[in-house]
Design a protein around this ligand. Sequence first.
Ligand code: FAD
Length: 498
Amino acid sequence: MPNSEEFDVVVVGGGPAGSTLAALVAMQERRVLVLEKEFFPRHQIGESLLPSTVHGVCRLTGVADELAKAGFPRKRGGTFRWGASPDPWTFAFSVSPRMTGPTSFAYQVERSKFDKILLDHAGRVGAEVREGCAVSDVIADEERVRGVRYTDADGVEREAHATYVVDASGNMSRLHGKVGGRREYSEFFRSLALYGYFEGGKRLPEPNSGNILSVAFESGWFWYIPLSDTLTSVGAVVRRELADKIQGDQEKALMSLVAECPLIAEHLADAKRVTEGPYGKLRVRKDYSYHQTTFWRPGLVLVGDAACFVDPVFSSGVHLATYSALLAARSINSALAGLVDEEKALGEFEARYRREFGVFYEFLLSFYDMHHDEDSYFWQAKKVTRTNRPELQSFVELIGGVSSGERALTDAEVLAKRFGAESEEFAEAVDELARSEDESMVPLFRSSVVREVMREGGQVQMRALLGEDAERETPLFDGGLVASPDGMFWLPFAPEGD
Ligand code: FAD
C-alpha cells in the first residue's frame, strides 16, 4: 500500500455517524475511506433508538432491511416515571391508539452489533473500511484541510488526502478543534452516568415490553433498556458532585442508587449483574453535553458526537449522529458534483444540524423542568428558569441565526420566560396522557416542544419511505436549499411554475 493515497472523502470513525455518511457518499460512486481506530465489534453506549434513524436514514442507506432481520427488540415507545404523576406513563410512537404501524417503532440495540451492521454495510456499498487505524491529525494549509495522518493496524504511519475530511470520531475526537471555534460544555446538563448490564430483569407488560423505562428519583434518573429477552442495560444519571463516590466502589454505588429507586429495584429484584465478557464491567461517562461553536471549515466537517451531544434522556444521540451524517452527505455530494457551491452546501448542513440540536436541547430543558422534587438537590438544580444566565445566553448563541419568526431569540430573560411556559404546557400534556387510556403520542402533541422535536425526524422518515412520490420540500430557512427527491443532494429551491 502506498504511504500516501488520494480519496474524495476520508471519514474518521466508523460509528453510526461515520458509517452513514460513508455509505451515502460512496453510493454516488465517490472514493470514500473510513478509518476506524478499533476493531469491530466494540462497546458503545447509546442503545435506545428513535424511529427516524431506523425507518428514515437507514432506509436511505439501504441497511433498514438488514436491521429488521437482526432480531433487535422493538421499541414501541417510552415509559416514564417522571413529572407530577406518581405512576408511570407511557407514550407510543404511533399516532393511532393501541396500534403499531409499520414504521412507528424503533429498536433497542446492542451497539456492538448495530454499529458493525452499519459499518459492514458502508463497505458493501463501496466505501473502503480500514479498522485498527487511528487518525492523529489533519493535513491542512491556510486555505483548507486536505487530508489526515494516521497509524495503521501494523503501526505504520500513513497519509490519506481528500477533498473532504469528515470527523465522525465521537466525543473523544482529537480533531474537532481543527474546525475552529471551541467546544462549549453545558453546565446545566453536567451530569455523570454510571451503568452496567443485568440478566433476568423484569419486563414491562405487553405490548410495552420493548420500551425504554426512564425513572426519576431523588438523586437523578435511571434508564432501563431491554436489549434481549433477558439482557438489560441499566444506568443512573446523577449530579457531577457524586463523582468521588462513584469512582470508589462502583458496584456499591450503583446498588445503593438502585435501592433509592423503588421501581428500578423492583424490576431488578430477580436479576443478576453481568460480571464477565463484554458486558461485565461497570462504566462511567461524564462531560458528554457540549457543542462545538462551529461545525465546519473548508475541507473539514464535524458530524455526530464530534460536533455536539446533549443528554441521553430522550435517546437523541444516534438520531443526531445519523441525521447530521445525512445532512453532511448531501452537502458533500452536491459540492463534489458541482451542483451547489461548498459554502452554501455546508452552510445548509450547519444551519439544519444546529437547529435540530437546539430543538432537542430545548425539549430536554422542558423535560427536566417538568419533574418536581422540592427535596432533591439534583431536581432543584434542574429548574431551567432558576438556572444561571450564562447557560441561557449560551443557548441563545447556539441557536442564534437559525431560528426564525416567533421562535427568534436574542435575550436570556425572554428565553427564561419562554422555557417556563413551555415546560408548564408540556407538564399539562403529560398529565393528560397519564390520565388517558390512549398511549399514542396525540396528547403530547399539545406541547410545542414535543411537536418541534418530532417534526424533522418525521419528515426524514416520510421522505425516505415515499422517495420521488413525496411532496416537494420547501426550504427550512429563507433562501435555503431543499433535498433532491432521492434525498442524496441539496438543490436550489425553485418555486412551483418556475
Ligand atoms: P461514536 O459512536 O462514538 O463513534 C465514533 C467512532 O470513532 C468510534 O468507533 C471510535 O472508535 C472512532 N474513533 C475515535 N477516535 C478515532 C481516531 N482518532 N481515529 C479513528 N477512529 C476513531 N444515544 C441514543 O441514541 N440513545 C441512547 O439511549 C443513548 N444513551 C446514551 C447514554 C449516555 C450515558 C451517553 C453519554 C450517550 C448516550 N447516547 C445515546 C449517545 C450516543 O452514545 C452517541 O450520540 C452516539 O454513539 C454518537 O455516534 P457517533 O457515530 O457520532 O460516535
